[in-house]
Design a protein around this ligand. Structure first.
Ligand code: SF4
Length: 287
C-alpha cells in the first residue's frame, strides 16, 4: 500500500512562500499514491529553473538535467526501461523556450511520458525576465515597456504537434490538478499538463486572484476531448477573450501506438534486461 507519506523527503524547499510549485508537488505526490506507483518504479526528470528543483522534493528516482533538456533525458530513460513511470517537469522558459525543439519532436513520437509544465509566464529563477508565455503588455526586467511578442500557445501546439493527452491545470485548485495528473500518468502516450502556476515574487500580473476570477472547467461545459477541432477552438480562447476566459481540464485525448510500441526489441523485456548479444548489436562492433 503506497501512501503520500512514502513520497515525502527531509529536504527543505528552496521555493518562495506561497509559490504555486508547492501545490504542484503536493498534487503530484497525491496522484502517484492514488495510482499506487511505488517509489522505485517512478522517475522524475527536470531541466533547470525554480520548478526543476521538484525532483529533489519527491522520494522517487530523480534526474535534474540541463536547461531545456529534461525531455530527451526522460525519453532516454523510458527507452532504457519502459517499465518505469517517467515524468518530466519544468518551467515555461525551460520547455517552451530553450527546450522547444525537444518538446515538438518528442511529443510527435508519442513516447509514453508525462510532461508537467509549471507555466508561471516568467523566468523566476533568474529573477523576472519575460518568458515565451508572458502576457502581451506585461512589464518585466527585459520588457520595461511591456511584452510585444505574441505569447507561445502550448495547448494548440501540443494538439497540432501529436501529443495524445493535452490538459491544463491551475495551481490554485489542487484537487482538480491532482485528478489531471492521475489521468496524464495513466494515459499511454505523451501527456502534457500545462499548469497555471503563480510566481508570487516576480509575476504581479498573473496572480492567484487573477486566475481564480478567470478559470473555468472544460468538463463543466460538456467539452468532448475526442473532438480535435473543438479542442483547438478552446486552446485559442485565452487569446481570443483577451485573457478573460481561461479553460482548464482535458482539452484533447486520443489513443495512438506509443514510440515504444513500435520497437520489437522491447516488446517482451525492457532494454535493461537484455544482454548485448541478445540485442544483436555486437556485429556493429566487429566492423
Ligand atoms: Fe516560485 Fe517565483 Fe519564487 Fe521561483 S521566484 S520559487 S517561481 S515564487
Amino acid at each position: 500500500m503506497v501512501t503520500v507519506m512514502d513520497y515525502n523527503v527531509k529536504e527543505k524547499s528552496q521555493w518562495c512562500p506561497g509559490c504555486g510549485n508547492f501545490a504542484i508537488v503536493g498534487a503530484l505526490k497525491g496522484a502517484l499514491a492514488e495510482l499506487q506507483i511505488p517509489q522505485h518504479q517512478a522517475v522524475i526528470v527536470s531541466g533547470i529553473g525554480c520548478s526543476s528543483k521538484l525532483p529533489h522534493y519527491v522520494n522517487t528516482y530523480g534526474f535534474e538535467s540541463l536547461h531545456g533538456r529534461g525531455l530527451p533525458v526522460a525519453s532516454g530513460i523510458k527507452l532504457a526501461n519502459n517499465r518505469l513511470t517517467v515524468i518530466d517537469v519544468g518551467g515555461d522558459g525551460d520547455g517552451y523556450g530553450i527546450g522547444s525543439g525537444h518538446f515538438l519532436h518528442i511529443m510527435r513520437r508519442n513516447y509514453d511520458l508525462t510532461y508537467i509544465v509549471h507555466d508561471n509566464q516568467i523566468y523566476g529563477l533568474t529573477t523576472g525576465q519575460a518568458s515565451p508565455t508572458s502576457q502581451l503588455g506585461m512589464k518585466t526586467k527585459t520588457t520595461p515597456y511591456g511584452v510585444v511578442e505574441t505569447p507561445f500557445n502550448p495547448i494548440s501546439t501540443a494538439i497540432n504537434g501529436g501529443a495524445t493527452f493535452v490538459a491544463r491545470a491551475f495551481a490554485g485548485d489542487i484537487t482538480h490538478m491532482k485528478d489531471l495528473f492521475k489521468q496524464a500518468v495513466a494515459h499511454r502516450g505523451f501527456a502534457l499538463v500545462d499548469v497555471f502556476q503563480p510566481c508570487v515574487t516576480f509575476n504581479k500580473l498573473n496572480t492567484y486572484d487573477f486566475f481564480t476570477k478567470r478559470v473555468y472547467k472544460l468538463e463543466a461545459e460538456g467539452h468532448d476531448p475526442a473532438d480535435r477541432m473543438k479542442a483547438l477552438e478552446k486552446a485559442y480562447e485565452q487569446a481570443a477573450s483577451n485573457y478573460e476566459r481561461l479553460p482548464i481540464g482535458v482539452f484533447f485525448r486520443e489513443e495512438r501506438p506509443t514510440y515504444e510500441d513500435t520497437l520489437p526489441q522491447i516488446k517482451e523485456n525492457a532494454l535493461v534486461e537484455h544482454s548485448l548479444k541478445e540485442l544483436d548489436i555486437s556485429a556493429a562492433y566487429d566492423d
